[in-house]
Design a protein around this ligand. Structure first.
Ligand code: NAP
Length: 268
């Protein structure tokens, strides 16, 4: 085992996950790379092992299948060398939910929410018990604008953002580093898998390369950020947003409803 330990990366066969694998192997991590496409993972593993000398293990799993999620969880729980989870596998939705197949939408929830939740919580439990470890969860800027994203996708990514913030409160004091990464439009296979061209959906200046995205996200991780929005020029904009949310807190739970909800003139 290397000093840094082993990073377990879901969705490592393409896009950001493959870049995370590259960067973490080059930093000196050993890897377990996870996705459905085993031959693709093997090509990546062979290249990284050749270039860096890192030990790279391929673990084929369909994370919409709960039995496969449990296998990955077992791998994470049983191996003391695992020090980092990159909870990255995820899928987008094709069209507004009113015209979408609900079984397809549920498979997005299985992958983006159920699997990601299980792996993040399992990692938080084992890392907290060991007193060290890191969890990087791929959320999305979609978490911040439900008005402009499909319902299932924005909800799934908001779940990941809140999950990360709350796990940080619990596991942070026990030595576990948490980070939610909120990419904007990023050039990966994410859109082409849905039969959509990213260039037809966004102007060029809104699309980041996956390598820039992951390098920025890792810089944010190194700086100890809980939430990293790689595109956001001024971090104070995010801090103001959090401060506005926290300002609601003293008034979110009272014995009596707010005055505007007290019925006037109605029979009691
Ligand atoms: P991508 O290139 O499509 O990569 C998705 C990865 O997830 C692939 O390795 C894929 O591998 C894996 N995956 C998909 N379904 C899976 C399943 N059922 N079981 C296991 N693995 C599965 O997309 P990406 O952009 O890099 O996405 C990475 C993360 O970033 C996702 O969580 C996504 O929601 C988020 N994100 C992306 C964007 C964007 O614009 N690209 C923006 C914000 C957030 P296999 O097909 O081999 O299984």
């Amino acid at each position: 085992m290397t000093q840094l330990g082993t990073a377990l990366i879901t969705g490592a066969s393409s896009g950001m996950g493959a870049v995370y694998a590259d960067r973490l192997a080059k930093r000196g991590y050993e890897l377990v790379v996870i996705a459905r496409n085993e031959p693709r993972l093997q090509v990546l593993a062979d290249r990284l092992a050749g270039e860096t000398g890192a030990k790279v293990e391929v673990l084929k799993a369909d994370l919409t299948a709960r039995s496969d999620v449990r296998r990955v969880e077992q791998r994470l729980r049983s191996d003391d060398s695992v020090t980092l989870l990159v909870n990255n596998a995820g899928m987008g939705t094709r069209q507004p939910v009113l015209s979408e197949d609900i079984d397809f939408l549920e498979s997005i929830v299985e992958l983006n929410v159920v699997a990601a939740h299980r792996l993040a919580v399992a990692a938080a439990q084992v890392f907290a018990a060991r007193g060290r470890g890191g969890i990087i969860n791929l959320s999305s800027i979609a978490a911040l604008h439900p008005e402009h994203t499909t319902a299932t996708y924005t909800a799934s990514k908001a779940f990941i953002l809140n999950l990360t913030q709350a796990l940080h409160t619990e596991a942070g004091p026990k030595g576990v580093r948490l980070q939610a990464v909120l990419p904007g439009a990023t050039r990966t296979e994410f859109f082409s898998r849905l039969g959509v061209s990213i260039d037809s959906r966004f102007p060029r200046e809104m699309i980041m390369d996956a390598s820039d995205l992951v390098d920025a996200a890792l810089a944010g991780f190194d700086q100890g950020e809980l939430v990293t929005i790689p595109s956001l020029p001024d971090v104070q904009d995010w801090e103001k947003f959090v401060a506005a949310r926290l300002a609601l807190e003293p008034n979110l739970s009272h014995r009596k409803p707010a005055a505007r909800y007290r019925l006037t003139g109605a029979a009691h």
